[in-house]
Ligand binder design. Structure first.
Ligand code: M6R
Length: 614
């Protein structure tokens, strides 16, 4: 979704901003722009539809000199993607330039009110309304820009992260946030600004994360000044972001998605390190151990999540119900937040999110908090909004995930959920000791198991060529692997644009089997587990109707071969960890089909990495 970068200091601002915008490209966007305040105080805005590289070409030969500026990548919400709707936006007088992430929900009312005061608008955006509202407040109240920002934001309903520069001021940026992230990077006599701290780690590792309803005055050579909307000073808390630049680069792979698929042995090692003690098999999750009573007394666990994180949560449901005997519900955050759900004080709400910024999940967390539930986060991006809004939690620690299609976050989430279920099950006495040790040992062996599963890349790539023609796919699984089927289908549709549907295998005969013919390939997860025989029967039923079957099978299993057209062998592990193994060929299948179709796998059309609007 939209991205923000800003700079004020001694360097030329434009190259810093462009580099930061490139780092934000993976989030998905449709236009880009910059506002630079030249040394004489004049602001120039350059913006255009399309990629950041297009903006760079557009800037060539133009005067972009200046040591202060703001830049933006836009993902359209109000008004089509075009040059006019791209950010930054000038106020009516051209004295203020603003970039904005988020949505101003009451922008129509505000726009109408401004129109009655003589304002006109060039774009269809809510953001242009906001910059003019600020100008109107400043003019009518004869106040400073900082005060006008605070007063204007009090009238705004919705979500925002904004950055503003002003004509004639070559040393100050004003920024503010509500429900949309904003980090201020602290350099030596200079400041950086970004909606994602990772985009500016080339320059600094020291960050201040703005909180909701805070306004920052960021002035070259002066201490950072943060206040709330009433002008009351807030504490400036600097945090270190430990991340290397190589973590953000492709490392020799053609795409971030492929790099992230291949990284999984290492990311799972990082995820498990220090959390499963190799000798004793003790599980150390401080987020759980520090809140033991909550987990011991939990009446119910409710997962709230979206997309891939929701699929991981479905596996979490199996894990927790099996190991902890606590009833579990898994909710789409977007549905939960608007449903007036019944919550009890002894409920635990687990919010699962790679980015930690998904608007619906964040809103579900807010709702759960108001209802008095204990909230636990399972997130990847350290310091993001969801972990900061939860009572406790566990980071999955799989490193930055850049490809829009989530891969290593899914396996990290399921691994954390498995550790959590094992630990809570042991604390509650609902797990048999031998089983606990077997699963803990299998978690320690995960990096090796996933490494072996990655050997499926070659046969999967060959298979992908055969199926590039398909217009539809069905993915089937049962038990722990039903969510894996959903995840495989999501991966394929989001990056290849082929329609795909994930189903519990036994549901086929209740309707979807009518779709089966020779043009409808089915990917069936048929690894050796307690529903293996049943899945085999489901495969037979599809075969009997002329369907083509690609089966994911356990290494050495010959039985499925008799019915399936193609078999991909994966290594075995304990049943509850099999989704981590069977998802690997499904990630690869989606990747290869999408690349053979010439798709932009890292930035698929219409999608954004971090869905910060609802
Ligand atoms: O950052 P989150 O985990 O909260 O994101 C949730 C979904 O937007 C995300 O998983 C999305 O479905 C991915 N594109 C899936 O690959």
């Amino acid at each position: 979704m939209c991205g923000i970068v800003g700079y004020v200091g001694e360097r030329q601002a434009c190259p810093v901003i462009i580099k930061g915008l490139h780092r934000l490209e993976y989030r998905g966007y449709d236009s880009a722009g910059v506002a630079i305040v030249h040394p004489d105080g004049v602001i120039d805005i350059h913006k255009c539809k399309g990629k950041v590289s297009g903006l760079e070409a557009f800037l060539a030969g133009k005067d972009s000199s200046g040591t202060i500026g703001i830049g933006h990548t836009r993902w359209a919400t109000h008004g089509e993607p075009n040059d006019i709707n791209a950010h930054p936006h000038f106020s009516r007088s051209g004295e203020i330039a603003l970039i904005h992430n988020g949505i101003i929900e009451n922008f129509r009312v505000l726009r109408d009110a401004l129109r009655t005061n003589g304002f006109t608008f060039r774009s269809s955006t809510d953001s242009e309304v906001l910059v003019n509202l600020i100008e109107y407040v400043r003019e009518s109240g004869k106040c400073s820009l900082e005060e006008a920002v605070r007063v204007a934001l009090k009238q705004v309903v919705g979500a925002y992260a904004i950055a503003i520069v002003e004509k004639g001021n070559t040393s100050r940026i004003i920024a503010a946030r509500k429900s949309s992230p904003m980090a201020i990077g602290i350099g030596d006599g200079e400041y950086f600004l970004s909606s994602d701290a990772a985009s500016i780690i080339d320059y600094t590792q020291d960050f201040v994360y703005l909180k909701d309803n805070e306004v920052a005055v960021i002035e070259k050579g002066k201490p950072l000044h943060i206040m709330n909307l009433d002008g009351k000073d807030s504490k400036v808390a600097v945090q270190k972001l430990k991340m290397s630049i190589s973590q953000l680069e492709k490392g020799g792979f053609d795409h971030f998605m492929l790099k992230e698929i291949y990284e999984q042995p290492e990311t799972l090692e990082d995820c498990v390190r220090g959390r499963v003690i190799p000798d004793s098999k003790e599980i150390v999750l401080s987020g759980v151990l520090n809140n033991k009573e909550k987990f011991l007394k939990a009446r119910r666990i409710i997962f709230v999540a979206c997309g891939t994180s929701w699929h991981a949560s479905l596996i979490g449901e199996h894990l927790i119900e099996n190991m902890c005997r606590i009833p579990v519900e898994v909710e789409y955050a977007s549905e939960f937040r608007y449903r007036n759900p019944i919550l009890y004080p002894d409920d635990i709400v687990i919010a699962v999110s790679q980015s930690g910024e998904t608007a619906d999940t964040l809103a579900a967390v807010d709702l759960a908090r108001k209802a008095g539930a204990f909230i636990y986060g399972i997130c990847n991006v350290v310091g993001s909004s969801i972990p900061r809004a939860t009572d406790s939690g566990t980071y999955i620690h799989v490193g930055p995930e850049i490809g829009v299609a989530s891969t290593k976050a899914f396996t990290g989430q399921v691994t954390v959920m498995t550790m959590l279920a094992l630990l809570v099950g042991r604390l509650r006495g609902t797990i048999e000791e031998g089983y606990y040790h077997r699963v803990a040992q299998a978690i320690l062996e995960l990096p090796a198991t996933i490494r072996e599963a990655l050997n499926t890349a070659e046969p999967v790539s060959a298979l992908a060529r055969t199926f590039t023609y398909a217009h539809n796919f069905i993915y089937l699984g049962r038990g722990y692997n039903y969510p894996t089927a959903l995840e495989g289908a999501l991966k394929l549709k989001e990056i290849s644009y082929i329609h795909a549907e994930g189903l519990p295998a036994a549901e086929m005969k209740h309707g979807p089997i009518a779709l089966i013919d020779s043009e409808m390939p089915t990917v069936a997860i048929a690894t050796l587990d307690k529903t293996y025989e049943k899945t085999l029967s489901n495969i037979e039923e599809i075969k009997a109707r002329g369907g083509k079957i690609i089966a994911i099978v356990s290494k050495g299993d010959d039985l499925v071969r008799r019915s399936a057209d193609y078999c991909i062998e994966v290594p075995s592990t304990v049943e509850c960890l099999m989704p981590l193994v069977s998802v690997i060929p499904l990630q690869l299948l989606a990747y290869y089909i999408a690349t053979y179709k010439g798709r932009n796998v890292d930035q698929p059309r219409n999608l954004a990495k971090s869905v910060t609007v609802e």
